[in-house]
Design a protein around this ligand. Structure first.
Ligand code: SAH
Ligand code: TYD
Length: 404
């Protein structure tokens, strides 16, 4: 394949096998006609970008019945409150500022600007989540962001002070379109700020479940600098985040327009120390994935042999990769509990484990829970003290497969 960023020839270093749409929860009528593709990660030695070889069309993943609603996590609501305040304090210094968010989902971040009376616009192609955002007073347009959308926004609203995003840049295959769009949309001192699951954290924790259809890229600072450099942008700050199991917030501005913080040189150096620029790092990662798979399957088989009932906690996109890569189905996990109504009473993508409302977990708890929403561990452990205290066991697979 050709690298999506630098167009050099690259090849994948492993295959996770046939994968369904990570957020494609199915009704019983849909089980027979499920869409599959081969999930193969690849690393480009030239521009240092980690990516997947094949990605389903965006319209197959993002539509008017998209299953992920950002507001399902209270902690994430707090996180986005903090993110918005930080953008507001650091980058909205002009008069009557204007903020655009890519992938604004149900308005979890932009409502913090709306409440401050700041001009804002969310660009969100999934109509059902966009509708939810509007209910929270967030001005939203149902579109994919790209150069044309950027031009239309400039015509209607003028140039932006900040183009912000979270957990969406890594979904977008055409990063050249994003860079062009940012260039036409932003004022001369405008900033592009986004955060996404971080390659450094994924390698450190063997959290291979970050790799699924939506995540066409897993970024590092090295790759982001290479991506945006040709469009006249430079990294001016980098802020590691604890969210989604380890993320990075990237701040870019036009070269020379703003002060470059010391964090940039530090993190670029750390990435080289961690070997994120070396192909052998990904060979080792592949071996660790294989070990993780073997250990998780063995642990679940042991639970079954011991006669313990096992349920999954959180029907995450990440769990789609784990379950399908490891071949874990309803014989090993009875059901997955999830609080999102649109996922409930459906079947998990690919392995077809029933997804049940949270009340099922509460009223008829299993003996063991597999924490698929491990990125929300703190919030969930707080909430599930009764389960834990009554002897409920938790299995997690990162950074090593273990019983908590
Ligand atoms: N920012 C939210 C939502 C992340 S999920 C959060 O961090 O919780 C990713 C969102 O981006 C989805 O709502 C999806 O519909 C949207 N999206 C996907 N591709 C997009 C694109 N090209 N432009 C704008 N939004 C996009
Ligand atoms: P998340 O880990 O945020 O997303 P991803 O799909 O990117 O891997 O998804 C969390 C899922 O877990 C979501 O479907 C809601 C569910 N959930 C619960 O069921 N209970 C909880 O307490 C929390 C925090 C999440």
């Amino acid at each position: 394949m050709k690298c999506r960023i630098c167009q050099q020839e690259i090849s994948s270093f492993m295959s996770y096998g046939k994968m369904p749409i990570a957020n494609g929860f199915l009704t019983s009528e849909q089980l027979a006609s499920e869409y599959f593709f081969e999930l193969k990660p690849a690393f480009c030695e030239h521009c240092l970008t980690f990516q997947i070889e094949e990605q389903p069309d965006p319209e197959v993943m993002f539509h008017d019945h998209y299953a992920f609603f950002s507001r399902t996590s209270k902690r994430m609501q707090e996180h986005f409150g903090g993110y918005a305040t930080w953008v507001f304090d650091n980058y909205l210094d002009g008069k009557d500022p204007f903020v655009v968010e890519i992938g604004s989902n149900d308005g979890i971040m932009l409502e913090n600007f709306a409440k401050r009376g700041i001009r804002h616009l969310g660009v969100e192609p999934s109509a059902n989540v966009a509708e939810e955002a509007r209910k929270h007073g967030v001005n939203t347009v149902v579109r994919f962001f790209g150069p044309e959308t950027a031009d239309d926004i400039v015509k209607e609203y003028g140039h932006a002070d900040a183009l912000i995003a979270a957990n969406v840049m890594c979904h977008i295959p055409d990063m050249h379109g994003i860079a062009k769009g940012a260039d036409s949309l932003l004022k001369p001192t405008g900033v592009l700020v986004f955060e996404d699951p971080y390659l450094g954290a994924m390698i450190e924790k063997t959290s291979y479940d970050q790799i699924y259809d939506e995540h066409v890229f897993i970024f590092s600072a090295l790759s982001v600098a290479n991506m945006f450099g040709p469009y006249g942008f430079e990294l001016i700050d980098l802020l590691p985040q604890a969210t989604h199991g380890g993320s990075m917030r990237y701040v870019l501005a036009r070269k020379g327009a703003r002060t470059v913080q010391p964090s940039v040189a530090k993190i670029l150096t750390d990435e080289k120390k961690a070997g994120l620029h070396l192909p052998e790092t990904y060979e080792q990662f592949r071996e660790k994935c294989e070990t993780s798979k073997r250990e998780l399957v063995a642990m679940l088989q042991a639970e079954k042999a011991a006669g313990r009932r096992v349920a999954g906690y959180g029907a995450t996109s990440k769990s789609t990769t784990i379950l399908n890569y490891c071949g874990i189905g309803p014989d090993l996990i009875e059901y997955i509990s999830d609080t999102t109504p649109i996922k409930q009473n459906k079947f998990s993508p690919g392995m077809h484990i029933p997804v049940r409302p949270y009340e099922e977990f509460k009223n008829n708890p299993p003996e063991t829970a597999v924490l698929f929403a491990w990125n929300h561990a703190e919030e969930i452990m707080d909430k599930e003290k009764a389960f834990t205290e009554s002897g409920g066991r938790w299995i997690v697979h990162v950074p090593k497969v273990r019983v908590l």
